[in-house]
Design a protein around this ligand. Sequence first.
Ligand SMILES: [Zn+2]
Length: 147
Amino acid sequence: MARVPIEEGFFRIPDDPAAQPRLLGSRCPACGEVFFPRRLVCAKCLHEGTEDTELSTSGTIYTWTYCHVPMFGKKDADVSGYGVAQIDLPEGPRVQSILSGARDDFAIGMQVEIDLETLRHDADGNEVVIYRFRPAGDAAHGAGAGS
Ligand SMILES: [Zn+2]
């Protein structure tokens, strides 16, 4: 059984279950600007042809909101709501993502890190996963609690 992304090309899942997923971005070889999601033409200098790059696993909340409308395909559809944030990554891109946690867990400027959530299983028994962000260093949700 394996973990597969809900859509190809947006993030890479490491073989090590304890390792964090990596968002896949593009870096412009001409001006150095980094984009997510990936793009072929640089939006800053219009250079054609970018290089694939893996982005940092943590970032800073630029802004966020809390939604009470059930998300399509969400396995725990009875939850009262979920957070959605725009997160600034160190490389430059601002990424929109679902937040993992309760309403009181988040604030603008907070450090968050990427995580995976299993949405469902496909016909082959693979786990179909999406990425989301959680408060950085929140061991309660992760496998790396340590001793
Ligand atoms: Zn460029």
